[in-house]
Ligand binder design. Structure first.
Ligand code: HEM
Length: 194
């Protein structure tokens, strides 16, 4: 593993744990995740990925080797939210003025979340109330058989970045994890809790 990938993993390890904990891991693991909590997770990921994909698209040349088209998760999230009559909330200011190198760090968080997604998909099956929604669910199925190849190709993209950008990439990853905390609160307002 390259030094930068190693640093990314080490220097965001506690933020990963913190984010996992924040995103209903206890109820997820216990098979008690409610429909509202599941929808809340889709709203959080929807806001994150839609804004990140737009920011990356606005730096198309820089991100050519990232192959954005095979990594789009917004259509999956829109479809999953449509099932429950919800849309991705439009939240201003996400990733505004982030440098391309900082966006690479955010992409690390977005792509890495696809690795954990496999485990999450397994846990979702344990919640009986979610079963009617999971038949057509798309986001948490992730990349399926392409998970490994997509992650390795992303690793090569990260490794090819100039070493002068390493600190900005790590800073971007840290800020992207923290953004999840912010989005947790901001998307809650879009949820209609009976
Ligand atoms: C309950 C939720 C989650 C679980 C159980 C989980 C679990 C995991 C697991 C098992 C891995 C290692 C996979 C492997 O090495 O093949 C992983 C990696 C990763 N996950 Fe999560 N994850 C969760 C949520 C998230 C979320 C919400 C994010 C982003 C916001 C995230 C970001 C990452 C990243 C960036 C990596 C890559 C670490 C590295 O190897 O550099 N995870 N996760």
């Amino acid at each position: 593993m390259s030094d930068l990938l190693e640093r990314l993993r080490e220097e965001t390890r506690s933020l990963h744990e913190q984010t996992e904990h924040l995103l209903y891991t206890e109820s997820l693991r216990g098979g008690t995740l409610s429909v509202d909590e599941y929808v809340h997770l889709l709203l959080i990921h929807g806001a994150f990925h839609q804004a990140l994909e737009r920011a990356i698209d606005s730096q198309a040349t820089f991100f050519q080797a990232y192959t954005p088209d095979i990594r789009r998760k917004t259509p999956w999230l829109l479809a999953d939210l449509a099932q429950v009559n919800q849309a991705i909330p439009s939240l201003p200011g996400l990733f505004t003025n982030w440098l391309p190198a900082e966006l690479v760090g955010a992409a690390y968080v977005g792509e890495g979340s696809m690795l954990g997604g496999k485990t999450v998909w397994h846990y979702l099956q344990q919640s009986p109330v979610l079963q009617p929604l999971l038949g057509q669910a798309r986001f948490y199925r992730g990349y399926g058989a392409d998970t490994g190849p997509n992650w390795r190709a992303f690793g090569a993209f990260v490794t090819n970045q100039p070493t002068t950008d390493s600190n900005a990439i790590i800073d971007g990853a840290r800020r992207a994890f923290l953004l999840y905390g912010d989005l947790f609160e901001r998307t809650r307002r879009s949820l209609i809790i009976p």
